[in-house]
Write a protein that binds this ligand. Sequence first.
Ligand code: URA
Length: 213
Amino acid sequence: MNIAANVGPALALEVADAESIAELRHQAEGCTRCDLYRNATQIVFGEGLGKAEIVLVGEQPGDQEDLAGRPFVGPAGRLLDRCLEEAGIERRRCYVTNAVKHFKFTPRGKRRLHSKPNAGEIRRCAWWLGAELNIIKPKLVVALGATALYALLGPKAKLTPERGHILYPANHPPVLVTIHPSYLLRIRDEEDRRRQRRDFVSDLHKAAEFRPR
Ligand code: URA
């Protein structure tokens, strides 16, 4: 067991004036908590089972998600779907969301290049993530990558030492720490990619097997 005493305060589980994810999503459509709403096509709110046992948290929507208005529908999402299946997790039984709900990008000709959200953007958007978790009350939250981990557990939590561990922050659902699937898409060396993918599926398998204490 890893008590998350070493990872600082966990995300506040916000009590929003909403009783369901649908209501919360409706409120989020007008979000101006940070400037990212200005250039994004639309907010990409979480989706899935309102009473899911597992919540998966990514970084932010990408180009395809921004256009579709749905999380994890692009290349990283398709890879995530395959890995979830291999780990024995049905995506339709989970709730899938992002730490940051608007696409942040840099225009490059006709393309929109992904740009990492900064600490202020993550902190402001964490209000919605906290509210989502407070409505869903999952048994386990899976942090996909460093941005999700930062949003959930603050700056002291580090991906590399905690990867594959389940942390138990006070007043917060347990958090399984793993990589973001887009990391796998960027690994050039085939053997390394295969090993990292196997480890990712093994982390997800821990989520599938997880039973609260
Ligand atoms: N990457 C993410 O972190 N989230 C998405 O929704 C898509 C890609």
